[in-house]
Design a protein. Structure first.
Length: 278
């Protein structure tokens, strides 16, 4: 497998917020996650810097259908109808008909939806394939916890992790366990971490943001923070108290983390999880 090539999508005009990867697959080039439609010009620019166009990419490997990872999928297929889109069986129906996803996101973001995410278009069912087992030489396997429809892809020591291993913003060593509603499952996420450890990848490719090779240490930090966040939410901290404690843990990089993975969203996800499991 050739080197990982990351494209910074400059989400919100910031560097290091969302990055997607150009990777090799058995039948040519693939893209791991695509970002939202609002960053499509940055994706096309990044591909051009690599000497590529959208039409040079044969497959789109999606980790999950959250808008920061997959929002542009339908728009890209409209421009590139030969593209094959791989997604979990749970997420596939929401690519074909994203209306429910859009309604939910619009309730959450209100007037910010359009400037943040741009257009959300359906992916024709004929373009969708299920990410299970061997996907063009990559091993696709469920990595639930952050979302019920999350999958990761492993090949030659590289794990295309999406959000399954949290958020890490170099040079900080902090790992943020981004916990948005509606389907956060802390127990399942620990099981996912164990499954990743069992497969022993040599490096983690994170969408937020970059490639890290201290895999065991990274996963230790991730699981420690996940439990710490759950304990704080269970103690009944307010969102302001929860955010202040998390920002103290993050230190000088707190603003960078909070912009990429807003703490109020994780607080809402943890509250919902505690309500469902109480």
């Amino acid at each position: 497998m050739g080197p990982l090539r990351i494209i910074d999508l400059h989400f919100g005009d910031r560097e290091g917020a969302i990055g997607v990867y150009v990777v090799e697959a058995d039948d040519g080039l693939a893209l791991f996650d695509c970002g939202p439609s609002s960053t499509l010009p940055a994706l096309e620019h990044g591909l051009a810097e690599l000497g590529l166009a959208l039409t040079d990419v044969r497959n789109l490997l999606l980790s999950h259908i959250h808008l920061d990872h997959a929002g542009a999928a339908g728009t890209i297929v409209a421009r590139h109808p030969a593209l094959t889109v791989w997604v979990s069986p749970v997420g596939a129906p929401h690519l074909v008909d994203p209306s429910r996803l859009e309604r939910s996101a619009r309730r959450l973001y209100g007037d910010l939806f359009d400037p943040l995410w741009g257009a959300l278009q359906p992916v024709p069912e004929a373009n969708v394939r299920l990410a299970e087992g061997d996907v063009l030489g990559w091993e696709a396997f469920p990595t639930v916890g952050h979302a019920t429809h999350h999958v990761a892809y492993l090949r030659e020591g590289t794990l295309l992790a999406g959000d399954a291993c949290g958020v890490r913003m170099a040079p900080s060593a902090y790992v943020l366990p981004v916990c948005p509603p509606p389907d956060l499952d802390v127990g399942a996420w620990h099981a996912t971490a164990a499954e990743i450890r069992r497969r022993a990848p040599e490096r983690l490719a994170l969408i937020h943001f970059g490639v890290f090779d201290d895999v065991a240490t990274h996963l230790d930090r991730f699981e420690t923070e996940l439990d710490r966040w759950l304990e704080r939410a269970a103690r009944g901290l307010t969102v302001e108290e929860f955010s202040a404690a998390a920002r103290a843990d993050m230190g000088e990089h707190a603003d960078q983390f909070d912009r990429v993975a807003p703490l109020w969203q994780s607080y809402a996800g943890l509250e919902r999880y505690l309500t469902k499991t109480s």
